[in-house]
Ligand binder design. Structure first.
Ligand SMILES: Nc1nc2c(ncn2[C@@H]2O[C@H](COP(=O)(O)OP(=O)(O)OP(=O)(O)O)[C@@H](O)[C@H]2O)c(=O)[nH]1
Ligand SMILES: [Mg+2]
Length: 363
């Protein structure tokens, strides 16, 4: 065998010629594209505001695979448990795995106290599942992300004010997730009513000191700051959802007929559905994912790790009157025992389904 056949051909390896570190962006892009993107959105709000309908409207025209209810003739049913619909959307060759977590509406019980708890628990469960995976000795190189990146909060189109229960739920949610408010069924308001309602909601949010996404950040450059300012101005998005097509100028489009005429969901003059979709997928997708990791997950993580540290130091000094691990709080929200955090399906009440992606866990 000649020695030359053992030497790799530099042309075939791509190592010939100019390879500067300025190609790093292409290298990252290639890797990211290969891995694909996961984006997890949750819809929350009172009963009957069109949450499930929006889930089925949002990417209807871009879907290449979906497990959603595609047959609009099926009557809409009330959502009774947290469910995830997984979509695969594709644009210009880039695939996005979109998991939409649909939650049961709240607010129609005689006693609405703590009705938001299962929702907050679900969000925290995803954080703790991620943390457990991060902390295992042989962790995956790429951890599947089931953390909720964006929570769409549905506001009833009363035209008056937020309900007291909405203020409580918004406050709770905004502590653990990026919340984006939307005015549901906005076809029931005129353009003027919509604008006045938006201003009232904004004033109430300021009054109750509720901080919603996008947050102000010194790291943003001028362009990003201007974009975020315009989004804040626009929020809450006034949306209309529909699972049915209506015919406008001979073309079938997603829409609704009401007493004023026909509403084309995708027409910016009719509602802000398109703005919401562009915001979610074009302008803020990456930032929503990043903010979840850097702000909400980070806060959860450091709280849990500090609690572990404290509990281990207490346990290592039994003379100080410490309790044994078995008496430590075991609910997911009080996950302070190292064992309870690290072992899947342990007694802290988290089901093994919370370990997977939302898509796996709830179908
Ligand atoms: N006018 C109008 N009706 C809508 C809109 N979106 C949904 N609806 C209707 O409102 C009803 C309830 O819609 P759902 O999507 O089931 O509401 P939901 O918020 O998921 O309800 P729960 O699961 O009970 O919380 C259905 O009859 C929908 O067709 C909208 O934008 N405008
Ligand atoms: Mg529903």
């Amino acid at each position: 065998m000649s020695s030359s056949s053992l030497v790799a051909d530099p042309v075939a390896t791509g190592l010939e010629g100019y390879v500067g570190f300025d190609t790093i962006t292409q290298q990252i892009e290639k890797k990211l594209l290969k891995r694909g993107f996961h984006f997890n959105v949750m819809v929350v709000g009172q009963s009957g505001l069109g949450k499930s309908t929006l889930v089925n409207t949002i990417f209807a025209s871009h879907l290449i695979e979906s497990k959603a209810r595609l047959n609009a003739d099926e009557p809409p049913r009330q959502t009774t448990e947290i469910e995830t619909v997984s979509h695969l959307v594709e644009e210009n060759g880039v695939r996005l795995r979109l998991n939409i977590v649909d939650t049961p509406g709240y607010g129609d019980q005689v006693n609405n106290e703590n009705c938001w708890e299962p929702i907050i628990k679900y969000i925290k469960d995803q954080h703790s599942a991620y943390l457990r995976k991060e902390l295992t000795a042989t962790r995956d190189r790429y951890i599947q992300d089931s953390r909720i990146h964006c929570c769409l909060f549905f506001i009833q189109p009363t035209g008056h004010a937020l309900k007291p229960i909405d203020i409580v739920v918004l406050k709770k949610l905004s502590e653990v997730v990026n919340v984006v408010p939307v005015i549901a069924k906005s076809d029931s308001l005129t353009i003027e009513e919509r604008a006045a309602f938006k201003q009232r909601i904004k004033a109430e949010l300021i009054f109750h000191n509720i901080k919603l996404y996008p947050y102000e950040s010194d790291e943003d450059d001028e362009q990003e700051q201007a974009l975020n300012e315009s989004i804040r101005e626009l929020l809450p998005f006034a949306i209309v959802g529909s699972e049915r097509n209506v015919v406008i100028d001979g073309k079938a489009v997603r829409g609704r007929k009401n007493r004023y005429g026909i509403i084309n969901v995708e027409n910016e003059e009719h509602c802000e559905f398109i703005y919401l979709r562009n915001f979610l997928t074009r302008t803020h997708l990456q930032d929503l994912i990043e903010t979840t990791a850097q702000i909400h997950y980070e806060a959860f993580r450091s709280k849990q790790l500090l609690a572990i540290k404290e509990s281990t130091s207490v346990n290592s000094h039994p003379a100080s009157g410490a309790t044994s691990q078995s008496t430590l709080p075991q609910s997911p929200n009080q996950m302070t025992s190292p064992n309870s955090m690290l072992s899947p399906g342990s007694s802290h009440g988290m089901s093994s389904s919370a370990m997977g992606s939302p898509a796996q866990s709830n179908q």
